[in-house]
Design a protein around this ligand. Structure first.
Ligand code: GDP
Length: 451
C-alpha cells in the first residue's frame, strides 16, 4: 500500500465560538507516555503525530491506522479556508465546524456550512462549550462518554435538546447527522461531537473521528496519496529580518528541496524562482539560539515551512506553487492556472447578475451557491466593481437580473452614480451568507410585487 500523507485540517465557525481556544488546547496537549512523541510545530500549522492521538484517545481508540498524524492549520476561519487554494479546490482536506452549543447557528456558522458544502469538504461538528451547560460536571480531558456518564438526567436532557437544535440547523443546509460509524457520504452526513475547548472534554472523540474520517473518506478519494512533485499553497508573504521577503507555505504534495525551481501563481503572471532556503521552527529547548528558525535541506508533504527565495514581491497569499524542472513545466503550470481561472469565472451574453469577489475561492463558493438557488449569472470574476460592470448589469431585460453582487470588494469611483442612472441594484456584503440572503429576499419581494 502507498504511504499516505498527513491530512490538512481547518477549523471554521462563528466568531467567539471557540476556534482559537480549541487549536490552543490541541497545541498544548501533553501526554506523559514517552513513546508517544510530542507535537511538531510547523510554520503556520501544528502536527499531532498519530501515536500522540492514540495516547489521547487511549480509552476509546478503535481505529486501524494508516495516516501519520493530523496537520492543523493555525489560522482559523472561513476566510483562510476559501483563500488558501490548491489545485481544484480548497487547501484543507477536512474541517472542524465549531458551534457554541448554547448559542447554536450564527451567520458565520451558516457561511461556513455553505462553504463546506460548496467545496464538498468532509467535516465534523464540534458542539463546543458543554461545560457552560447549567449543572454540567466537568472533568479535565476526559473522553466525552466518560464525562456524560457522570451528569444527572436533567443536565443530559439539556445537552440533548441543544444537539437536536443543531441537527435542525444542519438540516436546513441539506445535511443530516448520524453516528460516525454509520456515515457513508461524509459530504452530506455529519457526526456531531460535544466538546469543551476549555476542559478538553470530548477532544479524544473529536480527534478519533477526524482520523477515522480521513482514513475512510479521503483515502478512498486518493486525496492523501503523495504523487511526488512538490506542490503547495502560500499562507503568508512577509518580510523577515535578514532574510528579505519570505513565504510561509503549506506543502501538500511531494518533496521540496533547497535548489528546486518553483513556479508560483502571481497576481498578473506566474513567478518563477529558486528555493534558497527551507526553514522550520526551532524546537523550544534550543530557543537560546539567536534565530527562531532552523534550516533544512528538504521537506516532505504535508508540512508547513518558510521559504527563502528571490523575487517573492508579487506573490499573493493563497496562491499555489509547484516545483518545475523545464520550460515545458512552467508553460504547463501557467496554462493550468489560467485555465482554472477561466473555468471558474463566467462571461456570457445571457441574462443574469454580475458577481465580483475578492478571491478565486470566494468566487467559486458564490457561483456554486447562486446556482443552488437558481439565480442566473451573466458575469463573474475577481476584482473591484467598475463602470463596465454597471453597463453589463443594465443590459439585462429582466429587472431581477439588473443586479451586481459585490463580495468583499470596493465600488470604484462613479459606480454608484452610474448604477442609480441605469437602475442597477448593488448588493455589497462581506459575509457570503448575508449577501445571498439579501439578494434572495429582494428577488422574492419583487416577484410578489409583480403578481
Ligand atoms: P474564536 O473567535 O472562535 O477563535 O473564539 P475563541 O477561541 O477566542 O473563544 C471565545 C471565548 O470563548 C474566549 O473567552 C474563550 O475562553 C471562550 N471559550 C472557548 N471555548 C470555550 C469552552 O469550551 N468553554 C468555555 N466555558 N469557554 C470557552
Amino acid at each position: 500500500m502507498k504511504q499516505l500523507r498527513t491530512p490538512i485540517v481547518s477549523v471554521l465557525g462563528h466568531v467567539d465560538h471557540g476556534k482559537t481556544t480549541l487549536l490552543d488546547k490541541i497545541r498544548r496537549t501533553r501526554v506523559t507516555a514517552k513513546e508517544a512523541g510530542g507535537i511538531t510545530q510547523h510554520i503556520g500549522a501544528t502536527e499531532i503525530p498519530i501515536d500522540l492521538i492514540k495516547q489521547i484517545c487511549k480509552d476509546i481508540w478503535n481505529v486501524k491506522v494508516t495516516i501519520p498524524g493530523l496537520l492543523f492549520i493555525d489560522t482559523p476561519g472561513h476566510k483562510a479556508f476559501t483563500n488558501l487554494r490548491r489545485r481544484g479546490g480548497a487547501l484543507a482536506d477536512l474541517a472542524i465546524l465549531i458551534v457554541d452549543v448554547n448559542e447554536g447557528f450564527k451567520p458565520q456558522t451558516e457561511e461556513a456550512v455553505s462553504i463546506l458544502r460548496t467545496f464538498k469538504t468532509p467535516f465534523v461538528v464540534a458542539a463546543n462549550k458543554i461545560d457552560r451547560i447549567p449543572g454540567w460536571q466537568s472533568s479535565e480531558y476526559a473522553p466525552f462518554l466518560k464525562s456524560w456518564a457522570q451528569q444527572d438526567d436533567f443536565t443530559k436532557q439539556k445537552l440533548e435538546n441543544k444537539i437536536y437544535e443543531l441537527i435542525g440547523d444542519l438540516y436546513r443546509f441539506g445535511f443530516s447527522a448520524d453516528r460516525f460509524d454509520r456515515i457513508k457520504d461524509f459530504t452530506r452526513t455529519v457526526a456531531i461531537v460535544p466538546i469543551s475547548a476549555i476542559t478538553g472534554e470530548g477532544i479524544p472523540e473529536l480527534l478519533m473521528i477526524l482520523v477515522g474520517l480521513a482514513q475512510k473518506y479521503l483515502e478512498e478519494n486518493l486525496r492523501l496519496q503523495v504523487e511526488g512533485k512538490a506542490k503547495g499553497t502560500i499562507l503568508e508573504v512577509k518580510e523577515e529580518k535578514g532574510l528579505g521577503i519570505t513565504c510561509d507555505v503549506i506543502l501538500y504534495d511531494g518533496t521540496l528541496k533547497v535548489g528546486d525551481t518553483i513556479a508560483i501563481a502571481g497576481k498578473d503572471d506566474v513567478i518563477v524562482t529558486h528555493v534558497k532556503g527551507i526553514l522550520k521552527p526551532r524546537p523550544a529547548k534550543e530557543m537560546r539560539v539567536e534565530s527562531k528558525f532552523q534550516s533544512v535541506k528538504s521537506v516532505t508533504a504535508a508540512a508547513g515551512v518558510k521559504l527563502v527565495a528571490p523575487n517573492l514581491e508579487g506573490v499573493l497569499a493563497g496562491s499555489e506553487f509547484e516545483a518545475v524542472e523545464s520550460e515545458e513545466d512552467i508553460k504547463n503550470f501557467r496554462e493550468r492556472v489560467k485555465k482554472e481561472y477561466e473555468e471558474i469565472s463566467i462571461q456570457t451574453d445571457e441574462e443574469g447578475v454580475v458577481l465580483k469577489t475578492d478571491t478565486l475561492g470566494s468566487l467559486e463558493a458564490l457561483i456554486n451557491e447562486l446556482k443552488e438557488i437558481e439565480i442566473p449569472i451573466k458575469k463573474a470574476e475577481v476584482g473591484d466593481v467598475d463602470k463596465r460592470d454597471v453597463v453589463e448589469a443594465s443590459a439585462n431585460r429582466d429587472e431581477l437580473n439588473r443586479v451586481i453582487l459585490a463580495f468583499n470588494v470596493k465600488l470604484l469611483p462613479g459606480v454608484e452614480e452610474e448604477a442609480a442612472k441605469y437602475g442597477v441594484r448593488i448588493f455589497k456584503e462581506d459575509i457570503i451568507y448575508t449577501l445571498l440572503d439579501k439578494v434572495k429576499q429582494w428577488r422574492e419581494e419583487e416577484k410578489l410585487a409583480r403578481e
